[in-house]
Design a protein around this ligand. Structure first.
Ligand SMILES: [Zn+2]
Length: 446
């Protein structure tokens, strides 16, 4: 059933209004955006609940009741906050939401106010059409995802689980066009890596900077950081990564299919990545789903130019494959660093998630992608980053990353724009995405 054109027009106008509310996190301040969504939903008779996790940090939950004969609820969810944006270098200011050249420009247009606008539009149309559904459809717009979910999905799972408990959820990162080797791929997120943020702390002797010290804390730390940068951690081939690479291989054709199969043999992984995968982004992505990773992102040492400090510290953004624990990553990092005077410990952890692909909903999502873009190839994706799916998994919710969008081939790819400069969404592709989300919700709950 096609979604009426006025509804997709409304989705675009709502997205524009949402982008103009600056919800950069930190500090977040999602309340105005949550209230805007609430005012839209009220126009069609909904009574959304606004739940404040901390001052200014509001989450929204609303439900369309079904009769339950089709199964448990479907949760549509997205986050209200966005990554900070420095206006320097942007063609159109990041919070102006200007429409130009067929695009809507601004921070959050892809990550992920687009999905919020699409979900709200679908909810409103369900109410307008007075549809009788076989499952409840819940919409949750959450705060604080960009800073780790504490005041958003984690807060809802801990404090208001009954409001959002669902059999399945459709959230961010999936069903957008990923152009590779002339093919149009559509990753559908079925899991994401876990997180283990680490501190590396190197100890050394204090002293005067005028007399060089070989084993100073900064030097020890620098050596550890260099080793981590130069020596990849061990390969672990997990089931979600194997399914992902097989799915991508099928879409890319026989040669790539063979290469990606070989990449799943740990003894051959590095050879294949270095010699058979020409696409630089593909190589980095495949490497990230076949190993735990440890990226050094912050360095801290010293108080004055002429004083050797006792301690130097690095922050490591560690990511864990499904089935791997923080202790496994710590062991791998210590093996690489190989220095007893560099202590390594975790200060923040989130588990990996994994949702099955042999479900009626997953099959429907693949069909919907093929209908949205005939010739496009969906595949199940293990995402290197984390999303709200991790928190939702604590309630047994199976989350798929599915915020459909047809993205044209050009000088930029969608992953480059997320958290980047000139984030923007193609209007035509967004319309097709909103329609696809509508088809999925009706197909699964109608
Ligand atoms: Zn996001």
């Amino acid at each position: 059933m096609p979604l009426p054109t006025p509804a997709t027009d409304e989705a675009i106008a709502l997205l524009q209004a949402l982008v103009r509310i600056d919800t950069s996190n930190p500090p977040g301040h999602e309340t105005a955006a949550a209230e805007l969504l609430a005012s839209h939903l009220r126009q069609d008779g909904y009574e959304p609940q606004l739940l404040e996790a901390a001052p200014g940090r509001t989450n929204l939950v609303v439900r369309h009741k079904g009769d339950g004969t089709g199964g448990g609820p479907l949760l549509l969810t997205g986050h209200l906050d966005v990554a900070p944006a420095d206006a320097t270098g942007w063609k159109h200011p990041p919070f102006s939401a200007e429409i130009a050249e067929g695009w809507l420009w601004g921070r959050g247009t892809l990550d992920m106010k687009n999905h919020l606008a699409a979900c709200a539009t679908v909810m409103r149309q369900i109410a307008r059409d007075g549809l009788k559904l076989k499952r409840d459809v819940i919409f949750a717009a959450v705060a604080d995802e960009e800073a780790g979910c504490a005041l958003g999905s984690k807060f809802l799972v801990d404090q208001h689980p009954d409001l959002i408990r669902a059999e399945y959820a459709l959230g961010e990162l999936g069903a957008f066009t990923f152009h590779m080797a002339g093919r149009r791929l559509y990753p559908i997120q079925v899991g994401h890596k876990g997180l283990a943020w680490l501190t590396l702390r190197a100890k050394g002797m204090a002293g005067h900077g005028s007399i060089p010290l070989e084993d100073s804390a900064p030097m020890r730390l620098a050596r550890a950081v260099m080793r981590l940068g130069n020596m990849p951690l061990p390969v672990h081939v997990t089931e979600p990564a194997r399914r992902m690479l097989e799915g991508m291989g099928r879409a890319l054709g026989a040669g790539s299919s063979l290469a990606l199969k070989l990449a799943c043999r740990p003894a051959l992984t590095d050879f294949v990545l270095q010699n058979l995968i020409r696409d630089e982004k593909g190589r980095r992505l495949f490497g990230a789903v076949l190993r735990n990773t440890a990226s050094v992102t912050q360095l801290k040492a010293g108080v004055a130019p002429n004083v050797y400090p006792l301690v130097a510290e690095a922050t490591v953004d560690g990511r864990l494959l499904p089935g791997q624990a923080t202790a496994d990553l710590l062991r791998e990092v210590r093996d690489v660093v190989d220095d007893d005077d560099v202590v390594c410990e975790a200060f923040r952890e989130l588990p990996a998630t994994e949702s099955p692909t042999d479900t009626p909903l997953y099959r429907l999502l693949e069909e919907a992608v093929r209908a949205m873009d005939p010739g496009g190839a969906p595949y199940p994706q293990l995402v290197p980053g984390f999303t709200d799916a991790g928190e939702l998994a604590r309630l047994g919710i199976r989350t798929y990353g599915f915020s459909p969008l047809v993205f044209p081939e050009g000088e930029v790819s969608l992953p480059d724009l997320i958290h980047g400069v000139d984030e923007r969404i193609p209007l035509d592709g967004f319309r097709r995405g909103v329609q696809t989300l509508w088809d999925v919700v009706l197909g699964f709950c109608g």
